[in-house]
Design a protein around this ligand. Structure first.
Ligand code: MG
Ligand code: MG
Length: 236
């Protein structure tokens, strides 16, 4: 159902639409299927910061995550990262994509392809016999071999009845380290990739995270389950 909301938003992305309109689309899909938006009212990491006021994260251009939907109209050539979380029957789904607004530059297109491929590689590594360090390292090694950098401040995470459970799963790491993966574990992998420096800052709205360099960045995420065979993507 989280996937339905995310795909409805992606289909609506076009020049001229506002990020608030995208937010309404996601909220309508989630609520009409009996779900609850997981991000709405989410506490700020800063104890004095505002709770999250919307259903989706809509992060444009050099913004990476936690962009608050609003009056901003998308423009041809931009990229937008949409992150959606849903609570249904007491369990959370969390997934994200970065998509083009109309025609985008070759550079931006390649960034999206590499980040999505990094997620596929992380998922493929998520099997019994691996450790979390293997999953993290597989993402980092691929991204860096493509000439990009992984973000350090935000990570994948366990997902269950709560959106953010242990363990944290960074997009960098060392092989043969960390806990071994076991069948039945559920977690979100979310490669976040920047062109140039991956340093980030939080904008004055208290939520929106963007690259300090102003360079483009991208984010792809799925929630998955480890099984005795192929990993199962729960947010497809
Ligand atoms: Mg997410
Ligand atoms: Mg997540």
């Amino acid at each position: 159902m989280n996937a339905l909301a995310l795909s409805a938003v992606c289909q609506a992305v076009r020049p001229g639409i506002t990020t608030r309109e995208l937010d309404r689309i996601a909220e309508d899909v989630i609520r009409s299927h009996g779900g609850v938006p997981a991000f709405l009212g989410y506490p700020n990491p800063d104890p004095f910061g505002p709770a999250y006021p919307a259903t989706i994260n809509a992060s444009v251009g050099s913004e990476l995550v936690h962009g608050i939907p609003g009056k901003r109209r998308l423009r041809e050539g931009e990229i937008i990262s949409i992150d959606v979380g849903t609570i249904l029957d007491g369990y959370v789904g969390d997934s994200a994509v970065t998509v083009p607004v109309g025609a985008i530059s070759t550079e931006a297109k390649r960034l999206l392809e590499v980040t999505e491929q990094a997620l596929r590689i992380g998922i493929a590594a998520s099997r019994v016999g691996s450790r979390f360090g293997d999953v993290s390292a597989s993402i980092q090694e691929y991204v860096e071999a493509q000439g990009y950098n992984v973000v350090r401040e935000y990570t994948g995470h366990g997902v269950g009845r709560d959106m953010h459970e242990d363990p944290q799963i960074p997009n960098w790491g060392k092989r043969d380290r960390g806990a071994p993966l076991r069948a039945g574990m559920t977690f979100a992998l979310e490669p976040m990739v920047a062109i140039g420096s991956p340093d980030l800052y939080v904008k004055r709205d208290g939520w929106t995270v963007a690259t300090t360099s102003g360079n483009l960045c991208a984010h792809f995420e799925h929630t998955l389950a480890v099984t005795d065979g192929e990993p199962e993507i729960l947010t497809l």
